[in-house]
Design a protein. Structure first.
Lengths: 796, 228
């Protein structure tokens, strides 16, 4: 090997600690970028094709029949590419075994022909295919929710009938459905001839269509769906609802976007910070090589040759970092892709190895450190022999800056502490960089905890404003008096309210009724809802046509304002109301609240019968709600009334918080990556400071400082940097928290969360930063403490 | 005061082992001012490092004031050095971020030798003794080389050590300043301190009570000069 390359290699070996730090900094960069690149490379093609391959329905029409003739009418409509009847049975399934009386929602999709599916396709996964008349196939993500094993008989309560058992004989993969474990619902697939369909009022007759062209044009889909509806109505059929989901968007696309946004932001940030760190480290290392550069130049080396040596050195370090970081990034990136795929109910096991991502990581892992090194290396290579060997390269004198003069004025601190404090401020650029990097990591960490606290607060606050414990729906309309009488016999129940409701279409800004929204009739005097108003006021008796809308309605039509008018269409007729106010609630479901007479006026109902009741129980804990729910199940059953749905508010709250746990985990893990870069930066700065202060340490030793005192100084410096960064991080975390809470709030619920800052976030980070500073100072302290006076004084 | 018995110091270098000191025997009595002279690389700085407890012998014993320092662990050696030895360096080695007075107070802080409230008055006294009291609150960068070396001497005296060692203390100073610095060392000797100076300066050699010449790691027979 040529001597110059030997020098490049020997320099690395001669400074193992610093070389290891540089490699670590580069490795973190490779890891951050690689994780991001591998995850996206594995997931993106699957996502792009997966949802499209399920041939998702452009629109779903709720009709009065699912006979082949109905399907044929739809198929004949201009613009319809295909149509398929897919009735659904909204049932409940018992979990926890026969002895228990806990029921959770189940949706059974009735399939016309398993072998010839046309829309919302699903694939066989395990077990029987197709299922028999008394069998059910579960969506693979629902098996855990149902707590069932293949061969088990699932006890189902089907609307309009008694309990029925279907044998669970296999699983399917329906990639178009959100994962059952996140929705807390069991998805099942049953044949056209299933025993579950026997009897009246058992299913919702649903007709799915896909448009022939412009499949991503929501307006066009609405036009085609309206034509189908008109065609069905013209043939004497009834269409009660037309639903058009966001075209081409998976039900969990918003969550995926949030994850991508978070991972992308944090990953790139970690990568950029590690690049800055690498540049700073190389700059420091180069400054120690000035004399050697002078010597090499004196014996004939050109600037280009010298630059070549040091760039080769950086290249060697980068190669080692790639060798370590790439496999790690692959492991974490692919695991993360699998996890993300799980959220979307997708499968990435068949995804090809992402060679382009690997090339990108290797290229970036080599090029970025070299680019970062280019400036410092070029500067060092340009030093003249005279500058390097003859001129005194004196460090800038302390005391010339304002901060330094201020520090020089502090005399009351113990000298060792004073020394540490002032020394830290001598190299302000490096101090600022270290504090900055650690502060960014800290801000991200605090923001992650703040966002978690913000979500918890928002969810708890929202549920606290819904002052009821259970929502119970019976299978058929019953007189309110009868329901009241039944509830009065359940000791756990304190009171109940019966809200009227209607599904209507919102008339959008263009004047077209397009989006389905829910109208709820609630007595203005009711205390069950106590929403925060983001504008205007709540319902009152004084404005008969006054309604209150929630923020999700405003998201559909941002022109809606308090005092303005809102139009809805119900069964072909348009109704207009005055907007009294806008409630702020944590739901993606658009709801319009009105006084009960407003609803009964359009539905023609009397308001003396009801199916749904909101119930306040005597106690409000999860256990109390469960006990009350069980008592209600038994009581209604004993009266011969079928309970179609029974939701406990604590359960609903837990469901939402479960969704958010994943975000918090992602956020914290992503923040940890940035924190790691900051910690490496701190270790690097302390080490370089120790090296550059070697003679000073020698002098201190010579005048009586013990190794313990010197190590303590390094630790104090680490703490000082850590505490400074904590202060900066605390300030920085406010806008970061605000941005993250806004973005994630809008993605999930179309509403930015209110800014929540958690003291525990600041406290936790303070503890962590002390621990981190201590760990970061271990190596530099050890290095400083083990220096002998002779070595230290001999240091050039 | 100082007793070196059979002191050998060997360094391992890529070229093999190198003996900087070979079987050195040396005794220096309390209150002596000794000039250590010799050519470059002769071992005089190594000898000084042994005496100051800055380095440890590979063989032999170094007894200072009755303490066998080669056996002291690092922590105790540092504390011992702080109390017993005042070190003056060629390049002054004042800590640039501390003021002149703070530099002098630092050894007292490390060794806890004086009550905290007495440290600054003592530092000012010492600075006055070396004629730089008016510079007490300045940073070292604001002082001339001679003034910095006076501060370094004041710092060496901070803990009132019985032994002062100086490695080429005037190597970076002009002749007038050097003379003044040597006068300070003479004064210290007059105060009862033991002073060991590594130097090339003729004035120092002529002013020393005793000269120890070292060549190739061995001490030559003493040449005693009459202190003027």
């Amino acid at each position: 090997m040529a001597p110059r390359w030997q020098k490049a290699l020997s320099d690395i070996a001669a400074r193992p600690g610093r070389s290891a730090l540089a490699i670590l900094a580069m490795t973190v960069g490779v890891f951050a970028l690689g994780t991001l690149a591998f995850k996206m490379a594995i997931l993106s093609p699957v996502l792009a094709s997966m949802y499209g391959h399920t041939r998702p329905a452009s629109a779903t029409l709720s009709t009065d029949g699912v006979e082949d003739s109905v399907v044929a009418i739809a198929r004949a409509v201009a613009g319809v590419g295909d149509a398929e009847a897919r009735p659904t049975i909204v049932a409940r399934v018992r979990i926890g075994g026969a002895g228990k009386d806990e029921w959770i929602p189940a949706i059974l999709f009735v399939v016309r022909d398993f072998e010839r599916q046309r829309i919302d396709l699903f694939k066989p996964d395990t077990g029987t295919w197709p299922p028999g008349d008394d069998e059910v196939l579960l969506e693979r993500s629902a098996v855990r929710v149902a707590g069932a094993a293949a061969g088990d008989a699932l006890a189902l309560r089907i609307p309009g009938g008694d309990e029925r058992a279907l044998r669970f004989t296999g699983t399917v993969h329906a990639a178009g459905l959100a994962p059952a474990w996140m929705e807390h619902v069991v998805y099942g697939f049953v044949p056209w001839t299933t025993v579950a369909r026997n009897g009246p009022h058992r299913e919702s007759a649903q007709l799915k269509i896909v448009v022939a062209e412009h499949e991503l044009d929501e307006g066009h889909i609405h036009e085609v769906a309206d034509r189908v509806k008109a065609a069905l109505v013209a043939r004497g059929h009834e269409v009660t609802r037309v639903e058009v989901p966001a075209p081409g968007r998976h039900p969990h696309a918003a969550q995926m976007d949030t994850f991508m946004y978070l991972l992308g932001t944090f990953g790139l940030l970690a990568f950029l910070l590690s690049s800055v760190l690498v540049a700073s480290m190389i700059h420091s290392l180069q400054s120690e090589q000035v004399r050697q550069v002078g010597v090499m130049k004196a014996i004939g080396a050109t600037s280009r040759q010298i630059a070549g040596i040091y760039l080769a050195q950086v290249g060697m370090l980068a190669a080692v970092a790639l060798a370590i970081g790439t496999p790690l990034a692959w492991m974490v990136g692919s695991a993360y892709a699998r996890f993300s795929a799980g959220i979307l109910n997708a499968d990435v096991s068949g995804s090809p190895f992402p060679w382009p991502a690997l090339v990108l990581v290797i290229a970036a892992g080599m090029i970025v450190p070299l680019l970062a090194a280019l400036g410092p290396v070029a500067m060092a290579a340009r030093v003249t022999v005279h500058q390097a060997l003859v001129e005194e390269i004196a460090p800038r004198a302390f005391g010339t800056g304002r901060i330094e003069r201020l520090l020089a004025g502090i005399a009351w601190l113990p000298r060792p502490l004073l020394l540490m404090l002032r020394t830290a401020f001598v190299r302000r650029g490096r101090l600022a960089l270290t504090v900055g990097m650690l502060a960014i990591g800290g801000a991200m960490f605090m923001a992650a905890v703040n966002v978690s606290a913000g979500w918890n607060r928002a969810v708890n606050d929202d549920f606290a404003r819904r002052r009821y414990d259970l929502t119970l729906r019976v299978a058929q309309e019953r007189p309110v008096d009868e329901l009241d009488a039944i509830l009065a016999t359940v000791p756990e129940v304190v009171r109940a309210e019966y809200w009227t409701g209607a599904s209507v279409y919102l008339i959008g800004a263009s004047g077209v009724a397009s989006q389905p929204i829910t109208m709820l009739g609630i007595d203005p005097a009711s205390t069950m809802l106590n929403f925060k108003q983001s504008a205007g006021r709540w319902l009152d008796d004084g404005t008969p046509d006054g309604v209150v809308i929630n923020n999700a309605v405003v998201a559909l039509n941002p022109t809606l304002r308090t005092g303005g008018r809102i139009g809805v269409r119900f069964e072909g007729r348009t109704h207009e109301y005055t907007i009294l106010g806008v409630t702020r609630e944590l739901t993606p479901q658009p709801i319009l609240y009105a006084c009960p007479p407003v609803i009964t006026a359009i539905t023609g109902e009397t308001g003396k019968t009801a199916r749904t009741m909101r119930i306040v129980t005597r106690e409000h804990t999860g256990d109390a709600q469960l006990a009350a729910a069980n008592a209600l199940e038994r009581t209604f059953a004993s009266r011969g009334l079928e309970v179609a749905a029974l939701q406990r508010m604590e359960d609903a709250k837990k469901g939402i918080l479960d969704h958010l746990v994943i975000i918090m985990v992602i956020l914290t893990l992503s923040a940890s990556m940035v924190v790691l870069v900051g910690a490496i930066g701190l270790t690097s700065t302390l080490t370089i400071n120790v090296i550059q202060r070697t003679r000073e340490i020698g002098v201190m030793s010579a005048i009586g400082a013990t190794p313990r005192t010197i190590a303590g100084q390094v630790w104090s410096e680490a703490l000082l940097i850590g505490l400074l960064s904590w202060g900066v991080a605390a300030l920085l975390s406010v806008p970061v928290t605000w941005a993250l809470q806004s973005v994630t709030g809008r993605m999930f619920f179309r509403i930015p969360l209110e800014l929540t800052l958690s003291f525990s976030a600041a406290g936790l980070w303070l503890v962590l930063v002390v621990v981190l500073s201590t760990f970061s100072s271990l190596y530099p302290s050890w290095r400083a403490a083990r220096l002998t006076v002779r070595e230290a004084l001999a240091h050039v | 005061m100082i007793r070196l018995r059979g002191v050998t110091k060997t360094y391992q270098t890529p070229a093999g082992s190198f003996a900087a000191l070979r079987q050195v025997d040396l005794e220096i009595e309390t209150g002596e001012l000794v000039a250590v002279v010799g050519r470059s690389g002769s071992g005089k700085s190594t000898l000084l490092n042994m005496v100051a407890g800055i380095d440890r012998p590979s063989a032999g014993s170094v007894i200072i004031g009755g303490t066998s320092i080669e056996r002291l662990p690092a922590d105790r050696l540092a504390a011992w050095r702080g109390r017993m030895v005042g070190v003056v360096f060629q390049f002054f080695q004042l800590l640039p971020t501390l003021t002149v007075a703070e530099n002098v107070m630092l050894p007292m802080d490390f060794c806890g030798t004086y009550p905290a409230r007495e440290r600054r008055p003592r530092a000012l006294d010492l600075l006055a003794r070396v004629d730089v009291a008016d510079q007490a609150d300045k940073l070292p960068s604001a002082l001339s080389g001679g003034q910095q070396q006076r501060v370094a001497i004041a710092r060496a005296l901070a803990n009132d050590p019985p032994l002062i060692v100086a490695d080429e203390p005037t190597g970076n100073l002009d002749s007038t300043t050097s003379e003044a610095i040597f006068r300070l060392f003479s004064d210290l000797r007059a105060d009862g301190k033991t002073v060991v100076i590594v130097t090339h300066e003729r004035e120092a050699v002529s002013g020393a009570g005793r000269t120890v010449t070292i060549a190739d790691g061995c001490v030559s027979p003493d040449r005693t000069a009459q202190f003027a």
